[in-house]
Design a binder for this molecule. Structure first.
Ligand SMILES: C[S@@+](CC[C@H](N)C(=O)[O-])C[C@H]1O[C@@H](n2cnc3c(N)ncnc32)[C@H](O)[C@@H]1O
Length: 287
């Protein structure tokens, strides 16, 4: 069987299984297996696959048809160009979260340029470590901390730190929110992509998300706002006056989260849209 045969047959198969963008999926799996760039496949359509490659691809395609996420099959994802390992213990970082990461780096850079020293940042609910690691890689004078309630997620985040030679740059903490945060570690920046899916909506999500992202990474409580409510009060104790709170928002949550943070402790500065023009990032300052 040639590369093109595999693409055609697998595209049909994945399409029948309800997989989104089936041709792209098989191309990415093929490229991974053959250690080629995806576009190089187009120059290799007539290449005949070895029995070993075919067997591996059959297993990949079957599992993808069972709606196992592509990123779990290939074992990694690119976040802001950084390669991160992923598995069922962490949320697969999403492209829209890169906005949050870039905004944080921009603000920290401006603070540094304005002469600020000893800046400290916390990634609340770090999962794969994507936000903390990107900040650590870009802002070498900032002390970076990462927190998660899940020990398994933290193991993965630490592994990603080693993989990107950032293990000496991030301190990892296991904890339920900021309930046991050291009051001595006041923060200039708190960044979070918290769980924000309303509990009842989880069962209607795509199988790749519903069955393979950790429930703890998705479940935002009955109205999806539990963590924003928690952060509005918890974070105000630890973020320094003038410090920044950067939060990713779920669909349609902008007004509610703005209202939750419009207290005497916080000033909501902006709600920024994502690439699909949906309100996605809330920027607030501590009074
Ligand atoms: C939506 S995921 C975000 C992961 C990663 N920051 C990202 O953007 O891809 C939310 C994370 O919050 C963590 N989490 C859930 N409840 C928590 C809690 N009470 N305290 C700390 N972390 C929590 C989950 O384990 C999960 O890793």
């Amino acid at each position: 069987m040639t590369v093109l045969d595999v693409i055609q047959r697998s595209t049909d198969y994945l399409s029948k299984k309800g997989v989104d963008s089936p041709r792209l999926q098989i191309e990415l799996l093929l490229a991974h297996q053959l250690k080629l760039r995806r576009l190089q496949l187009y120059l290799n359509f007539d290449r005949v696959l070895t029995a070993g490659d075919l067997e591996a691809l059959r297993a990949f395609v079957t599992r993808r048809g069972e709606r196992v996420p592509l990123q779990h099959l290939v074992g990694s994802v690119s976040f802001c160009g950084m390669e991160l390992g992923v598995g069922p213990e962490v949320l697969i970082p999403r492209p829209e979260t890169e906005m949050l990461a870039e905004r944080a780096v921009k603000w920290l850079g401006e603070r540094k340029d304005a002469g600020a020293t000893g800046l400290r940042a916390l990634d609340y609910g770090t999962g794969s470590g994507c936000l903390a690691l990107w900040i650590a890689s870009k802002c070498d004078s900032v002390e970076v901390h990462a927190l998660d309630i899940s020990a398994a997620a933290l193991e993965r985040a630490k592994d990603n730190a080693r993989r990107n030679s950032l293990d000496s740059r991030v301190t990892f903490h296991e904890g339920d929110g900021l309930s046991s945060w050291d009051p001595g570690l006041t923060l200039d920046l708190l960044i979070s992509n918290p769980p924000y899916i309303p509990t009842e909506e989880i069962s209607s999500l795509e199988p790749e998300v519903r069955d393979f992202d950790p429930r703890q990474a998705l479940d935002g409580g009955p109205d999806g706002l539990t963590f924003y409510r928690r952060l509005a009060s918890e974070a105000s104790e630890f973020v320094r006056p003038g410090g920044l709170l950067l939060l990713e928002l779920g669909d349609g949550q902008g007004d509610s989260v703005r209202a939750l943070l419009s207290t005497e402790k916080w000033v909501v500065e902006a709600i920024l849209p994502d690439y699909s023009a949906r309100p996605r990032v809330l920027v607030a300052h501590r009074h």
